[in-house]
Design a protein around this ligand. Structure first.
Ligand code: SF4
Length: 429
């Protein structure tokens, strides 16, 4: 019924999904298509994205706002734009981060342009993004599965590509893998149970495709942890394809994934309920059940990659593995959002044998600024592991200039580090 109301609202419209990551947007769109809602990632960002984003923002907003707004406005400004044929998807969040203003501001801009009737679909982090659930728990569940699959595919790509012996083979495997998973997510005829079974089969195929990529897993490549603001670190347009630059400098990147944010918002939801004295309530029970279901499904989807990800395991418990260790530097009950995740994950990656940490953030984002203020102490307390902030905006980045030096620092640290890393296993010939 609820799915029906969302479907009715969007009948005849295409729902545009912002491409924080292309794969994530593609899988999210597939989840909507599975319930009869036409959806697609916004087209690839380009110079017009920045031009339009700049025209409709004042300069006070953060860089990701400029990019997502610009991408949406390219659709609105297209000569054949039909107000009855489009809708936009933009989640929102509570708290000090400017992300909470993206959806209301998009609404405001569309209204000002005379498009009051063009829908903006906007779930919120206040209820851990249950807002979509009001309209269709099935969409929400498929989105979660899609998100987990997108994290897995990105992880296996980054673990494989630096070692490929046939240039382009890992990227080709990634493309093929996206198509395989997307087909299952978008299928309209599958029950939830059958879709999960289909996704597990798909993930096994993905694993075998990547195992067949010709690769030589030589030792000694610096392993660079990549943390920072979620959009800027993952959006290749915004960060000028930072991960490929790390790889071009001889490194291997381990980038913080998207599900990290979901575990954090789940923790945050429970923590707020506890603070408000609602420990023994239905809301708390619901939050705990949802967390448990998500964990169980993640576990099932990750299981085929058990051997491939040995040494590359993500934190099992966001509080125990990330937030609690970061507490002496940034307590998570006061320092909200990604700053605490970036610091805690840096420490986690140090424990996994990373050779350096790069924090990618937009200029003027408080997350990068606050994290940078404590990284010096974090590094001093963790064997002097190099940690470096790189800031990005529409016109520049300091990455290209400084990556040579950073890679050298990471290689130097590699020779004296106390925490060994595990290298990828070789499944090929
Ligand atoms: S974390 Fe920073 S850059 Fe990202 S949305 Fe929030 S304020 Fe903007």
């Amino acid at each position: 019924m609820a799915v029906k109301s969302l479907t009715n609202k969007l009948t005849g419209r295409k729902l545009w999904i912002p491409r924080m990551t292309y794969i994530g947007a593609r899988f999210m769109a597939a989840a909507f298509r599975a319930v009869g809602i036409d959806a697609s990632p916004t087209p690839p960002s380009d110079a017009e994205t920045l031009e339009l984003g700049g025209l409709y923002t004042s300069g006070e907003e953060c860089y990701p706002e400029k990019v997502t707004m610009g991408d949406f406005l390219r659709i609105v400004k297209a000569p054949d734009f039909d107000r009855d044929a489009h809708a936009f998807f933009m989640p929102t969040a509570e708290g000090p981060c400017r992300f909470g203003q993206y959806a209301p501001y998009l609404r405001h801009v569309l209204d000002e342009m005379g498009y009051e009737d063009v829908p903006v679909i906007s779930p919120t982090s206040k209820n851990s993004y249950d807002g979509v659930g009001e309209h269709g728990s099935d969409v929400m569940r498929q989105m979660w599965r899609g998100l987990v699959c997108s994290d897995i595919l990105r992880k296996i790509l980054l673990r494989t590509r630096p070692y490929e012996t046939e240039p382009g083979a890992a990227d080709a495997a990634f493309e093929r893998s996206m198509e395989i998973v997307e087909a299952i997510l978008a299928s309209e005829s599958l029950s939830s149970k059958d879709r999960m079974a289909g996704l597990i089969d798909a993930i096994v195929r993905v694993r075998d495709i990547f195992r067949a990529v010709p690769a030589r897993y030589v030792k000694g490549k610096p392993l660079i942890g990549v943390v920072g603001e979620i959009f800027c670190r993952l959006n290749t347009f915004s960060n000028y394809d930072a991960v490929r630059k790390i790889e071009a400098h001889g490194g291997e990147a381990w980038i913080s994934d998207v599900s990290e944010w979901v575990w954090y918002t789940n923790w945050s939801q429970k923590s707020l309920l506890k603070r408000d004295g609602k420990t023994f309530t239905l809301s708390m029970a619901g939050a705990m059940v949802k967390n448990a279901v998500q964990r169980r499904e993640e576990h099932k989807l990750l299981a085929p990659f058990h051997d491939d990800f040995l040494g590359y395991e993500e934190p099992h418990d966001i509080y125990a593995d990330v937030l609690e260790p970061a507490w002496p530097y940034l307590p998570a009950d006061g320092a909200l959002g990604e700053m605490v995740l970036s610091v805690g994950k840096s420490m986690y990656l140090h424990g996994r044998g990373a050779d350096g940490i790069i924090d990618i953030s937009p200029f003027s984002c408080m997350n990068g600024i606050v994290s940078e203020a404590v990284y010096h102490t974090v590094s001093a307390d963790h064997d002097g592991i190099p940690i470096r902030n790189f800031y990005f905006d529409a016109s520049s980045s300091n990455m290209e200039r400084d990556l040579d030096i950073f890679t050298e620092l990471a290689s130097g640290y590699q020779k004296r580090k106390k925490k060994p890393r595990r290298y990828p296993p070789c499944f090929g010939s």
